[in-house]
Design a protein around this ligand. Structure first.
Ligand SMILES: Cc1cc2nc3c(=O)[nH]c(=O)nc-3n(C[C@H](O)[C@H](O)[C@H](O)COP(=O)(O)O)c2cc1C
Length: 188
C-alpha cells in the first residue's frame, strides 16, 4: 500500500514525529511504501473562502498557487493518508489546521444533497500526541471524524499517545503503534 504521512507538528523532531517514526518503521517492515510530508516544510496560505473550488468535480481545484497543491497531488496518489498531530488548545496546531481547511477544495457542491468528493473512499487515519490524558482529545478526534466524513473518506484507525511529558511516553507509544499498524492492515 502507498501511504502518505502528514506531520502536522511545528516540530520536525518533536513527540509526534518520534511516534510517527515508529509507526512508519512498523509499516515499512511489513511491506508498505511510505512518504512523509511535514507541513512546516510547505508554504500554505489560509483558505480565502472564495468557493471557486466547489464547482470543479474532478480534481482539487484551488485558485491559490501555493504549496498546498503539492500535498494534494500526493494525497490523490496515496491509498492511505495518516495525519499525525499534537493537540494545541484542544485542536490542531495552526499549521495543520490551515492545511485541513484547504481540504475544502476536495468537495463539490458542499452542503447540498449532490455534494461529492474527489477523495471519496480514500482511507485516512489519525495519530495524536498530547500532554493531558486521552479523554481530553475528544474534541480533536470529533473534528477529524466530522471533517473526513464530510469528505466521504474511510476512517481507518485513530490512536492517541497521551501524557507526552511522562517518562514512559515512548515506551507506551511502541505498544500503541504496533496495534495501529495491525489495525491499518486489517481494515479495508
Ligand atoms: C501551544 C500549545 C498548546 C497545547 N495545548 C494542549 C492541549 O490543549 N491539550 C493537551 O493535551 N496538550 C496540549 N499541548 C501539549 C502537546 O500536545 C504535547 O506536548 C505534544 O506531545 C507535542 O507534540 P510535538 O512535540 O510534536 O509538538 C500543547 C502544547 C503547545 C505548545
Amino acid at each position: 500500500m502507498k501511504i502518505l504521512t502528514v506531520l502536522g507538528s511545528p516540530k520536525r523532531n518533536g513527540n509526534t514525529a518520534k511516534v510517527l517514526d515508529m509507526l512508519e518503521n512498523e509499516l515499512v517492515a511489513i511491506g508498505h511504501e511510505i512518504e512523509r510530508v511535514s507541513v512546516v516544510d510547505y508554504k500554505i496560505n489560509g483558505c480565502v473562502g472564495c468557493n471557486v473550488c466547489i464547482k470543479e468535480k474532478d480534481e482539487p481545484n484551488c485558485v491559490q498557487q501555493d504549496d498546498a497543491k503539492k500535498i494534494f497531488n500526493k494525497v490523490m496518489l496515496a491509498d492511505l493518508i495518516i495525519y499525525a498531530t499534537p493537540v494545541y488548545a484542544h485542536s490542531f496546531p495552526a499549521q495543520m489546521k490551515t492545511l485541513i481547511d484547504r481540504h475544502y477544495c476536495f468537495v463539490t457542491d458542499a452542503g447540498s444533497p449532490s455534494q461529492s468528493s474527489v477523495v471519496e473512499g480514500k482511507r485516512v487515519s489519525l495519530l495524536i500526541t498530547n500532554c493531558y490524558n486521552e479523554e481530553t482529545t475528544d474534541l480533536i478526534r470529533e473534528s477529524f471524524d466530522r471533517i473526513f466524513t464530510e469528505l466521504k473518506c474511510n476512517i481507518s484507525g485513530k490512536i492517541v499517545v497521551a501524557e507526552s511529558a511522562s517518562l514512559d511516553f515512548l515506551e507506551r507509544a511502541e505498544g500503541v503503534v504496533k496495534n495501529m499498524a495491525k489495525a491499518i492492515i486489517q481494515s479495508k
